[in-house]
Design a protein around this ligand. Structure first.
Ligand code: TMP
Length: 219
């Protein structure tokens, strides 16, 4: 499906606080240094309408949505994001780097919140036409350190706008997520590359740049 577009679609996945946003920015810098037109975006969100839906998902009580509503809200945001941001960019030949995409729905709503995986995949086909990334980088790192980093980040934000709903779901939930992402990676070895997130920023960025070169630049 994504081969219909001229640009490449690359996603970052992983648990809380593993450094996805930092590495997404590092990758943008690396690609731009090679003359690539890059759009850096995120989910949930990444377009005006999708950001409104994001607010419903990342704030408030941890049990305010049932698993199906939560799944559908993520897919409502994703439909809007694809339409407004991702597909137009890919069509004009830009490369899109996205901080989270559908693997997060499989891990969080599927493995984590108990939504049936086949149903999520069915919704994925219906909403996106079975649109998957050309490459997914799964950053894998320790849950405790990641949650602490994410919580520290949230502490710096205003109480009213804190986006910590998922972080408050508890350590056990987040340990399940780590294993879930690794399981999803094992099932999709051609699309997903696992990168060890426990190292310095430059070391990890170098590893990711190598993966990109091997995959897309032939060296
Ligand atoms: P962020 O903190 O990486 O911006 O993501 C916001 C939260 O949304 C994060 O805790 C993971 C969660 N999430 C899901 O539960 N399902 C999804 O499909 C996506 C994209 C994110």
């Amino acid at each position: 499906m994504s081969s219909d577009y001229r640009g490449k679609f690359i996603t970052f996945e992983g648990g809380e606080g593993v450094g996805k946003s930092t590495q997404a920015m590092e990758l943008r810098r690396f690609l731009e240094s090679r003359g690539v037109d890059v759009v850096l975006t995120r989910e949930p969100g990444g377009s005006p309408g999708a950001e409104e839906i994001r607010h419903l998902l990342v704030t408030g009580g941890t049990d305010k949505w049932c698993a199906m509503t939560e799944t559908l809200l993520h897919y409502a945001a994703r439909a809007q994001h694809l339409e407004e941001t991702i597909l137009p960019a890919l069509k004009r030949g830009a490369w899109v780097i996205c901080d989270r995409y559908a693997d997060s729905t499989l891990a969080y709503q599927g493995y984590g919140q108990g939504q049936n995986i086949d149903k999520i995949l069915e919704i994925h086909r219906l909403v996106t036409g079975d649109f998957w990334p050309d490459l997914t980088i799964l950053l894998d790192g320790g849950v405790k350190l990641g949650l602490n980093r994410a919580r520290h980040r949230e502490d710096l934000e205003d109480r009213q706008t804190r986006e910590d709903r998922y972080e408050r779901m508890g350590e056990e939930f987040h340990q399940t997520l780590r294993n879930s992402f690794l399981d999803i990676a094992r099932k999709n070895p051609d699309r997903i590359t696992v990168v060890d997130a426990e190292g310095g920023i430059d070391l990890i960025a170098g590893h990711i740049a190598q993966v990109i070169c091997d995959r897309f630049f032939g060296k």
